[in-house]
Design a protein around this ligand. Structure first.
Ligand SMILES: [Mn+2]
Length: 412
C-alpha cells in the first residue's frame, strides 16, 4: 500500500528515479577504464482490447508494454558491475507519419544511443577512460561522429556495409584483409543457441567511414576513422549458424593482441542481457505487475532496474569478484542500516558470523542474503539472485522504517 502511494506521488517521476540510478556509480568508476554498456529491452504487460493500461505497442503483433533503455558501467579489467549510468523508460504513443529518413535524429527512438552516451559523460567524469559498447542497432553514423572524444571510445557491432571515403565498402575491405590469427572460443548458451566451442579466424584493420548521402545530418564530418575486428567461424557443425561478428571501434587496433582485447570487451556486453533477464520472467517478474497505468508501470520499471543492478553486484560480491566497498552500491544511510542489522543477523556460533570485513560489498551481500532467507551456513547452497532480490526488498522496507524512526527522534 505504501509502495502504491509512492508510485502515485506526482513528485516521484521516472526522470528522478533514473537520476537516482547513478548516485553511487559516479564514485565507483573513479580512475578505471569503464565499459559503458547500453541496450534496450521491451517489457510486455498483459492488456485487453478494452484496457491497454495506457501502454503503447512493443514487439510485433498486439503486445503492449514499456521500453527500458539502460547503460551499465563495468570495469574493463575485472568485469565487475559498477552500477547503472543512465537511460530511459518510455511507452510508445500513436503512430509516426513521416518516413524514417526525413525525421531528424532527435525524433527517432535511435536517438537514445547518442543522448544516453552524451549524458553519461558527466556521470563517468571520474573514470580514466570510457568505452561505450552496444549492439548493431546503434551503428549510426552520427554516433561515430559525435560520441568519441579524448577519453571516450566507441565499440559497436557493425550493422551496415558502410561506404568508405576511399571508395568501396567496409565489407569489401574486410574480405580482402588477411587472417591474423585463429583460435577456439567458448560460446555461452543463449535462448536461440546452445553453448559450444567455435573455431574462428580473426581479421583486423582500419577504414574511414563515409558520411551517408541521405539523411538530415549533413553538418557532421565527411568521414570518421575506425578500426574493424572480424571474428568468423571457420568450421561450423551442420545445422548451426556460423558465428560472425564484425566489430567497429575507435580504439586503435594495431596488433593481434589489440584485436583480441576488443573482442573480450565486446563480449562483456552479455551482462546487460543478464540484467534484463533478471528483471523479467527469470527474476523480479515485473511483467506480472497489476498496476493499471503506464505512468506507474514506467516508475516500477525504473525502480526494478536499480534493484536488478544491485543484485548483480551482490552476486558478484558473493563470488568474490573483487574487493569492493559497500558504498559502490549503497548510500551512506543504507550502510548505517546494514550495520544496525549486522549484529541482529549473526548467530551464536562462529559458522553463522559474517565472515567479511565490515562495510565491504561482500559483507553487505551476506546481510542481504540472510534477510532473503539464506541460512548463512558455509555448507548451505550460496544465495542466488532471487534470495538477494527478496532480501533487498525486505532491506528497503526496513531501511525506510529505520530512516523514518531516526527522523522522528531528531525532531523531538
Ligand atoms: Mn539491442
Amino acid at each position: 500500500m505504501r509502495f502504491w502511494r509512492f508510485l502515485s506521488n506526482p513528485r516521484v517521476t521516472v526522470k528522478a528515479l533514473i537520476a537516482g540510478w547513478s548516485e553511487q556509480t559516479k564514485m565507483a568508476v573513479r580512475g578505471r577504464h569503464v565499459l559503458a554498456i547500453q541496450d534496450t529491452s521491451e517489457i510486455p504487460f498483459e492488456t485487453t482490447a478494452d484496457n491497454r493500461r495506457g501502454l503503447g505497442k512493443v514487439k510485433k503483433g498486439n503486445v503492449h508494454g514499456v521500453l527500458l533503455h539502460a547503460m551499465m558501467a563495468v570495469d574493463a579489467g575485472s568485469g565487475i558491475c559498477l552500477g547503472l549510468v543512465g537511460g530511459q523508460v518510455w511507452t510508445r504513443q500513436g503512430k509516426t507519419k513521416k518516413p524514417h529518413r526525413e525525421r531528424s535524429l532527435s525524433d527517432k527512438e535511435s536517438e537514445r544511443w547518442l543522448s544516453t552516451s552524451a549524458e553519461a559523460k558527466e556521470t563517468l567524469a571520474q573514470a580514466e577512460m570510457v568505452t561505450f559498447i552496444s549492439d548493431r542497432e546503434s551503428d549510426i553514423y552520427a554516433h561515430w561522429a559525435r560520441t568519441p572524444d579524448e577519453k571516450a571510445h566507441l565499440l559497436v557491432r557493425a550493422m551496415h556495409d558502410h561506404r568508405l571515403v576511399a571508395g568501396g565498402t567496409l565489407g569489401e575491405v574486410v574480405k580482402r584483409s588477411q587472417i591474423a590469427d585463429k583460435a577456439t572460443i567458448e560460446l555461452a548458451g543463449r535462448a536461440n543457441r546452445r553453448a559450444r566451442k567455435a573455431r574462428v579466424s580473426l581479421r583486423f584493420g582500419s577504414v574511414e567511414l563515409q558520411r551517408p548521402r541521405h539523411g538530415v545530418e549533413q553538418n557532421l564530418p565527411k568521414g570518421v576513422t575506425v578500426y574493424f575486428v572480424e571474428i568468423a567461424e571457420t568450421h561450423t557443425p551442420k545445422g548451426v549458424t556460423p558465428v560472425r561478428w564484425l566489430l567497429l571501434t575507435t580504439h586503435p587496433v594495431e596488433t593481434t593482441a589489440d584485436a583480441w582485447k576488443i573482442v573480450a570487451w565486446y563480449r562483456q556486453r552479455w551482462i546487460i542481457e543478464q540484467f534484463f533477464r533478471l528483471m523479467k520472467k527469470q527474476g523480479l517478474k515485473i511483467e506480472d505487475s497489476q498496476l493499471q497505468s503506464a505512468d506507474r508501470l514506467a516508475k516500477l520499471t525504473a525502480i526494478a532496474a536499480r534493484a536488478a543492478a544491485i543484485i548483480i553486484q551482490l552476486v558478484q560480491a558473493r563470488d568474490g569478484g573483487e574487493d569492493q566497498l559497500a558504498a559502490i552500491a549503497f548510500t551512506q544511510d543504507e550502510i548505517e542500516t546494514l550495520s544496525a542489522l549486522a549484529d541482529e543477523l549473526e548467530g551464536k556460533t562462529k559458522l553463522q558470523k559474517n565472515p567479511h570485513r565490515p562495510h565491504t560489498l561482500a559483507w553487505a551481500a551476506w546481510i542481504i542474503a540472510k534477510l532473503g532467507g539464506w541460512t548463512g551456513y558455509a555448507k548451505a547452497r550460496p544465495p542466488g539472485p532471487i534470495t538477494f532480490h527478496n532480501g533487498f526488498a525486505y532491506f528497503q522496507s526496513l531501511h525506510e522504517s529505520w530512516t523514518t524512526l531516526k527522523g522522528a527522534f531528531k525532531n523531538v
